[in-house]
Design a protein around this ligand. Structure first.
Ligand code: F3S
Length: 107
């Protein structure tokens, strides 16, 4: 099992999740983070840190968000590691809580 970043993260990327990860399993894309399933130890400390409530245990991924399980696997292979929290995207608060952001995902 692993933990998974879902759609709410897109165009927000608050990165509060990153600092608490004990194994540095986050990977960073232009407007989304993923979790590397090979590194994640399922400690779950990142879950309450995310202001967008974007992170779930794989088994708890909400209905309709299942595609993000494979997307985390795929993108974690090609994106670089991020190990420190940094400023969110400039318009993060405008995108917070918006549904259907998958089309906004940049690779
Ligand atoms: Fe994304 Fe939430 Fe982390 S918005 S970058 S999963 S704190």
């Amino acid at each position: 099992m692993t933990h998974v970043v879902t759609e709410s993260c897109i165009r927000c990327k608050y990165t509060d999740c990153v600092d608490v990860c004990p194994v540095d399993c986050f990977r960073e894309g232009p407007n989304f983070l993923t979790i590397d399933p090979d590194e994640c130890i399922d400690c779950a400390v990142c879950i309450p840190e995310c202001p967008e409530e974007a992170i779930f245990a794989e088994e708890d991924v909400p209905k309709g968000q299942e595609k993000f399980i494979a997307l985390n696997v795929e993108l974690a292979k090609i994106w670089p590691s991020i190990t420190r929290t940094k400023a969110p995207l400039p318009d993060a608060d405008e995108w917070k809580g918006k549904p259907n952001k998958l089309a906004e995902l940049k690779r």
